[in-house]
Design a protein around this ligand. Sequence first.
Ligand SMILES: *Cc1c(COP(=O)(O)O)cnc(C)c1O
Length: 354
Amino acid sequence: MSKYWSDFVGTLDPYTPGEQPANTNLTKLNTNENPYPPSPAVMEAMRCAVNDDLRLYPPPNADLLKQTIADYFQLTPAQVFVGNGSDEVLAHVFNGLFRQAQPILFPDISYSFYPVYCGLYAIEFNKIPLAEDFTLNLDDYRRANGGIIFPNPNAPTGRLLALDAIESLLQENSDSVVVVDEAYIDFADANASAVSLIDQYDNLLVVQTMSKSRALAGLRIGYALGSAHLVEGLERIKNSFNSYPLGHVQLAAAVASFNDRDYFEATRKQVISSRELLVDQLETLGFEVLPSAANFVFARHGAYLGADLTRSLREQNIIIRHFNKPRIDEFLRITVGTPEQNQQLIAALTELVG
Ligand SMILES: *Cc1c(COP(=O)(O)O)cnc(C)c1O
């Protein structure tokens, strides 16, 4: 508290990100980063972008990147919004689309940044409990609302909601915006993405990030895809906030990443197959693992507390994420690493619970 703060600052309850330790000897499986480096083509594009043009402001509308993303998803550039990480895109979504008369809805267990944005923009919300098995029950969303948002696959559970269920939500809520936060969708089956529904439903906004499947968390690039009028609303917010959220180097990297499909496919598939092996090994050790369509798994062991296992792993220089929250405090959220990192984790857990 400081006497210089506005009263409002004191009311905020900011998000706490997962730890980014200074010690690089740790096996870091706590924040769902990609275990592989960015594509070599991305590295080269960034090197080329480091030139005298850095004295110039970047293109304010990121036209080349929007065109590249539009081509990739078979949309038009007017259906693409880009921002400084999907967290910034989400902030503009809450500010520009969710400040409505009715409360917005999201699952009780989902991305913990959502209630933080509600605090920042004074948005009322209702947390809708997931079912016992952590699936989303459509019936619970049949009520007046000012918008709906959920991650798909969900975080931190990893569970995927099928496209026909998303379509029902869109049809039943045609007067509000339904936002699908697809931070992890590239680790799910092909065709799981709601992007294919955009041309049919003008109340759908899909948010994606280059932080996870494209190994660019450190560059901060996210985007939203939806009908042109939703994107235009977001542009109005963005141009009232920061005209240049993405710099020359970010833009060059992002374009190169979308253009290198082979590297993207190879690393994405490697993470998926490592996840399947990790799930088998955890189950062999007696863990219950929720079905995951993401680059992490959510698992609990009936005989050991989540907090204790997390602490014991940390003593062996392996960091994972534990949420000290109702319903999920028994669970460990483990990011899928390289095969070597995953083996290290399994070896440590075998000592602890085997
Ligand atoms: C990681 C994550 C984000 C944020 O991604 P950035 O683009 O790095 O800001 C958004 N939503 C969910 C559900 C995430 O897990």
